[in-house]
Design a binder for this molecule. Structure first.
Ligand code: GLU
Length: 408
């Protein structure tokens, strides 16, 4: 599989071919400001101790504190975390929030840990990194396989070590621990606002057929939001496999089914397909909401969706971008489409800093206005430059980071 960090650097170079980027900025963005690898000793339930490898990459803080989630996954490694950290720097610039980019992770399959072991691991990650984190330094959040409960453990541990109990050093906490209204669904909600803002430009029908790859936080909430708006989910997947159902999936029923069986596979009325078949299913909108490297030069020619909207980070490789652009299939890039998550994270940070609590209506009103403005700005730029949305988004982000670096 392609190394996601090489893909991220190739995306930078690809943006530079359309409109030249400040060469010093491009050079500076080839590597993170700092990358930290830690060993986390964890007491296991059987009395043994296991050591897990963890990471925090602080990519760029020209626009504000490093910001980005923590991923728990068996395939997570330093290259993935570096790619995700660079994307965070660009994403926060696209979203126009006062944050830089960072990312964290642990190489672990969290499904194989007990709840107590997961808590020990999460507290351990904070113990090793408490020095570099902080509300004005580096502000983590959830990502793949990390939840508000994990953020709460981390927040508690950080408070014990530093005495800072404002919660402002970490976002995605649960509501009663200083979390923001709307944070749980913000990634999908932001993606939906972008979809709404751009739908007519894409010439999509009022009622779309939608394939959502992934049924985690982003994927499940996307299935719910698009269904609520009258669209039809015709395929989805989880880490165990994929299903399609041409006459539409009842998302509430699938959610209940998954809760009981632990997978979407076998959902009544659906057909089990491979992940590759799911991505190639005919639909109006394909929403990758799982991991990187899903749409590649191997399958980009077979994608039948009219539009791809990336709720996952890095699901499309640069070669696939070229193929899809050539086929006139717009790809709404991750750094725009999923930026609702970090935007509401930043609202959470702001509320914690000011000791305020905003209503859900306030949060979503602000989010909608922000996503609308950014989506239209990027689409306009792409039209002017006759390029794709990713290159336009990168150029806008790079312009903003470059400006901040000069000010510094
Ligand atoms: N993990 C999310 C992302 O990739 C959210 C990050 C955050 O809220 O800081 O954008």
């Amino acid at each position: 599989m392609t190394n996601p960090f090489e893909n991220a650097l190739a995306q930078l170079a690809r943006a530079n071919t359309v409109s030249p980027v400040n060469p010093t900025l491009l050079t500076l963005l080839q590597a993170p400001n700092r990358e930290i690898r830690i060993s986390i000793p964890v007491s296991m339930d059987d009395g043994s101790v296991r050591v897990f490898e963890g990471y925090r990459v602080e990519y760029n803080n020209a626009r504000g504190p490093y910001k980005g989630g923590i991923r728990y996954h068996q395939d997570t490694d330093i290259y993935e975390v570096k790619a995700l950290a660079l994307w965070m720097a660009l994403k926060c610039a696209v979203a126009n929030i006062p944050m830089g980019g960072g990312k964290g992770g642990v190489t672990v399959d969290p499904k194989k840990l007990s709840k107590k072991e997961l808590e020990n691991l999460s507290r351990g990650w904070i113990r090793e990194l408490a020095d570099v984190l902080g509300p004005t330094k580096d502000v983590p959040a959830p990502d793949v396989n990390t939840t508000s409960e994990i953020m709460d453990w981390m927040n508690d541990e950080y408070g014990k070590i530093t005495g800072d109990t404002t919660g402002a050093f970490i976002t995605g906490k649960s509501l009663d621990k200083g979390g923001s209204e709307g944070r749980g669904t913000a990634t999908a909600q932001g993606g939906f606002y972008v979809f709404e803002a751009l739908r007519s430009r894409f010439g999509l029908p009022d009622k779309c057929t939608v394939v959502v790859q992934g049924f985690g936080n982003a994927g499940l909430n996307a299935c719910e939001l698009w269904t609520k708006a009258g669209h039809m989910i015709v395929g989805t997947s989880d880490s165990q496999g994929a299903i399609v159902k041409a006459d539409g999936i009842d998302v509430d029923a699938l959610k209940a089914y998954k809760k009981e069986k632990g997978t979407v596979i076998g959902f009544p009325g659906s057909t089990t397909v491979t992940n590759a078949q799911l991505l190639e299913t005919a639909c109006d909108v394909l929403i990758p909401a799982a991991l990187e490297n899903q749409i590649t030069k191997e399958n980009a020619a077979n994608i039948k969706a009219k539009v791809v909207l990336e709720l996952a980070n890095g699901p499309t490789t640069p070669e696939a971008d070229d193929i899809l652009f050539g086929r006139n299939i717009p790809v709404v890039p991750d750094i725009l489409a999923n930026s609702g998550g970090v935007t509401v994270s930043t609202y959470e940070w702001e509320q914690n800093m000011k000791n305020e609590h905003w209503t859900e209506a306030q949060v979503f009103e602000k989010l909608k206005a922000a996503m609308n403005a950014e989506a239209n700005g990027i689409a306009d730029k792409a039209a002017t430059l006759k390029t794709d949305l990713r290159r336009a988004a990168f150029l806008i982000a790079l312009g903003r980071i470059g400006e901040a670096m000069k000010l510094k």
